[in-house]
Design a protein around this ligand. Sequence first.
Ligand SMILES: Cc1ncc(COP(=O)(O)O)c(C=O)c1O
Length: 427
Amino acid sequence: MKPNLSLIGQKMNKKTGVRAVMGDIQEVLADGSKQYTNLSAGNPMILPEAAAMWESALADLLEDGKIAPIISQYGSSYGTDELIQSIVRFFSEHYDLELQKENVLITAGSQQLFFLAINSFCGPGSDFVVKKALIPMLPDYSGYSGTALDLSIVEGIPPLIHKLDRHMFRYELDRESFLRKMRNDHEIGAVVMSRPNNPCGNILTEEDVRFISEACREANVPLFIDSAYAPPFPALNFIDMEPVFNDQIVHCMSLSKAGLPGERIGIAIGHSRYIQVMEAFQSNTAIHSSRLGQYMAAAVVNDGRLAAVSQHEVRPYYEKKFRLLKDTLFAVMPDDIKWYLHKGEGGLFGWLWFENLPASDIELYRQLKAKHVIIVPGASFFHHTSSHLPHARECIRISLTAADEDIKRGVGLLAEVVREMCKKKVL
Ligand SMILES: Cc1ncc(COP(=O)(O)O)c(C=O)c1O
């Protein structure tokens, strides 16, 4: 017999966006009878320098006899004092901020951070108005829709598409549409965005971020900037960028892409009026994140290794992968087809647009799967309100975490499939 689920139970029982596709991908990959080229993974590579840093942080804790008191006790729902103080010190020194410990919250990963954020500020209010989370520029991380306890509360503004040359493009923020939405729709509870962006690798300019943050101030809603790929760690920016801080912004970080996804560490820095709400929510739902991971993190934030490894090892590794992807595409993709790669400004992915492709992103995914290549179809990054747009159905995401040979092989097969599709005009 099927269990009777609450509305929240029903919503959370459905995997959203990439996670839905990922279910299929996991099944495919688990079928050991075939060899797949996996260009879908969001799991970071285990880089030797990052792994060595984390191992030595753990070894030091063992050697100092600190493990028992760390793992055998509960702690504060804000996070351990050690990690919070190290974040306060690091950011105060490097970004000229006046932080107090009340401005910092440690969560069980940034996915959990967005769960706390979106469900604290969006959803049904005491006035019965259902507040939405607004993404200023689509596409953006499909995981935001997954974290919302209510259906359909994540919406976004479609981007302006700017072709840079024959096969490159870049999204731009549609300032006018964003501002119109912020001023006319009184049901916005929070604004969320990733910078660098997952999936497309765009980094919105500092002026754009300040523009968005001013609109949030006017509407009195928090702006959550997902910095899962940003400097100072994991520093997956391939162009210059600085994080932007002010009291309207909650700067949200993750240690996952710097090599610690298994320990689940997310870090929020923001005004205490936002941080305190999320701390209470975390206290009720999870108590706190893993203390062992937090102690390891505190050590490498304090001695500067985390920032150094991010900048000197993690960033160049993925930057090189992006160049390989770009060079391979330019070498093998048919020149007479309208394909465009989003400018690689940062992040862990390449984002491809096939203008007027005579098949949907899902069909492209299926045909590649038949050739044992797995990519991620793009529509779910446009969230439910915009996933029907023709452009949303013409894009795919390719992971930079694959081995060089896999990128070359997968892109070669992608070129074949797209060439055939365009010849046959499959619908
Ligand atoms: C943009 C973005 N935000 C958040 C997350 C979640 O990361 P975490 O492992 O910190 O929960 C991811 C994971 O890939 C991501 O790409």
